[in-house]
Design a protein around this ligand. Sequence first.
Ligand SMILES: [Zn+2]
Ligand SMILES: [Zn+2]
Length: 239
Amino acid sequence: MVSRNLPPSTSPYAIPVFDLMHRPGEMREKVLDIVVPEAFGNAVIGVPLGAPMHVDVRLESLHDGILVSADIDVTAIGECVRCLIEVEQQLEVDLQELFAYSNDEAFDYEVENDSVDLEPVIRDAIVLALPFQPVCREECPGLCPQCGVRFLDDPGHGHEAAVDPRWAVLAGLEGLTAPSPSDAIRANATDLNATDLNATDLSATDLNATDPHAVNPDATASGADVVGADHHGATEEKR
Ligand SMILES: [Zn+2]
Ligand SMILES: [Zn+2]
């Protein structure tokens, strides 16, 4: 194999096994204390660059290759998917994999350069063990959808019930002191635009409530003027 001519691997995940090769029945144990050289994981949690990883490895020589058994201890770091604070997750992952002497496709991994490189098998095993929805605690209630406060940081957090926009129109009318009928009609027209009330709602409720005749009989003339002006505008638009 070409790989036999390569210099010894410098990967922290690689273990030389020349002493075990083609000696069925031989067995050796090895401890790897790795400073993770490259972060890996899924979108929300993973093992960061520089994380310490402890691996207890058992290497057994078989006729076909080297059987590797490994117990991995590492801490993954991610984000609670509900409240977004950092979460740490201790992982203990076991794996067993045969590294074959042959490059036959029947084997997923092979002994290369008289070494077994555990990086792909360790990474795959850890990624499989990572949660896809990490949470800071099982009952994490998440963030307030209105203001973003983390509920766990602010027990009893809440907001006043939202005001229905149609009631908000009436609340605005209460603030008008002794309106002249035309003022009230303009105010209604403004509120109408602001709140997307349809014309039917306006004529059925708001205009009737501020009917110039009911509020102030003396204002009949000005109220009529407003209506007349509206008529003019409509007629001119048609021309
Ligand atoms: Zn949380
Ligand atoms: Zn809030």
